[in-house]
Design a protein. Structure first.
Length: 145
């Protein structure tokens, strides 16, 4: 996305793609846009998501379900969310998400541009290095005890 200083319109198929699994993640507003928020659209086929429990030291996230059903982990409990549901995850809250159904789903992720930058960065690294990459964004994975 080019640097935008006076606003922008991103068409439905527009935005930069991030490779983080079998689904499609599309950056609608992100780093380099001079915006104080980031927006990412996630299309999750069955079995897709970011199911690794993690938390951010100083990044809030908001998810908004557009279609299908998505399970969100918030602290210790999984919650199924359908279209129109908003999930707010403040900094320091353990969270994850997954599409555990047999139907595709879609949601929006809204947060600081740093959230989008981290996902873009993760998309350029193999999954086995994600924990190390995430640490530079003050993000931590929950370790099994």
């Amino acid at each position: 996305m080019a640097v935008v200083t006076a606003g922008a319109i991103v068409e439905p198929a527009g935005g930069a793609q991030i490779r983080l699994g079998p689904g499609r993640r599309t950056v609608k507003v992100g780093p380099g846009s001079n915006a104080q928020i980031g927006l990412l659209e996630g299309e999750l086929p069955p079995g897709d998501g970011f199911p690794v429990p993690h938390w951010h030291d100083d990044l809030d996230e908001v998810y908004y379900v557009l279609a299908g059903q998505i399970d969100y982990l918030v602290q210790h409990d999984w919650h199924r969310a359908g279209p129109g549901t908003t999930v707010y995850v403040p900094a320091g809250t353990v969270h994850a998400f997954r599409n555990a159904t047999d139907q595709p789903s879609r949601h929006l992720l809204i947060g600081l541009p740093a959230v989008v930058a981290m996902l873009q960065d993760l998309g350029t690294h193999p999954r086995e290095t994600w924990e190390t990459v995430s640490q530079s964004y003050r993000t931590h994975f929950v370790r099994d005890e």
